[in-house]
Design a protein around this ligand. Structure first.
Ligand code: HEC
Length: 120
């Protein structure tokens, strides 16, 4: 009985209080970021890579785009998605992206932003 509790407790704690990293990971997929930036956030030739980039930079860019700053066609594409994020969601997403450590077998090197994962 005690063994079962010991086994289940960490799972319950994890469900009750997901880390900002895990919250960000969830948001990344539920908000559809993966549709353009790729499942491993490595980007493609037109969509910038996001994984491993500085949290401060990502936060700055998301808030800039959220306030509709950016008059390029690419920025226009991104603005509606940035507008759907509140501050705590931006915080979680940028934690996930800057601390990115998914150990999925990546098809392409994440630092080669010219390849991406074939998501688009
Ligand atoms: C429809 C495609 C699309 C979706 C979906 C999308 N993005 Fe983007 N994103 C872009 C494009 C295009 C740019 C480049 C904008 C520019 O050049 O100004 C961009 C830029 C960014 C940047 C700035 C990166 C840089 O190098 O300047 C961040 C951060 C970002 N996106 C995060 C996200 C997050 C988080 C989500 C999910 C909430 C998301 N994006 C969803 C297309 C998309």
């Amino acid at each position: 009985m005690i063994k079962i509790i010991v086994l289940i407790l960490p799972i319950m704690v994890a469900i009750a209080a997901p880390s900002p990293y895990d919250q960000g990971k969830k948001l990344y997929f539920s908000k559809g970021c993966n549709g353009c930036h790729g499942v491993s956030a490595s980007g493609t030739n037109i969509y910038p890579s996001l994984a491993y980039r500085r949290k401060a930079f990502l936060t700055y860019r998301l808030k800039q785009l959220r306030s509709k700053q950016g008059n390029t066609q690419l920025a226009q594409m991104m603005i509606p998605f940035a507008m759907g994020l509140n501050d705590s969601q931006i915080d979680a997403l940028t934690t996930f992206l800057s601390e990115y450590h998914e150990n999925s077998k990546e098809k392409y090197s994440p630092d080669d932003s010219n390849t991406g994962d074939g998501s688009s």
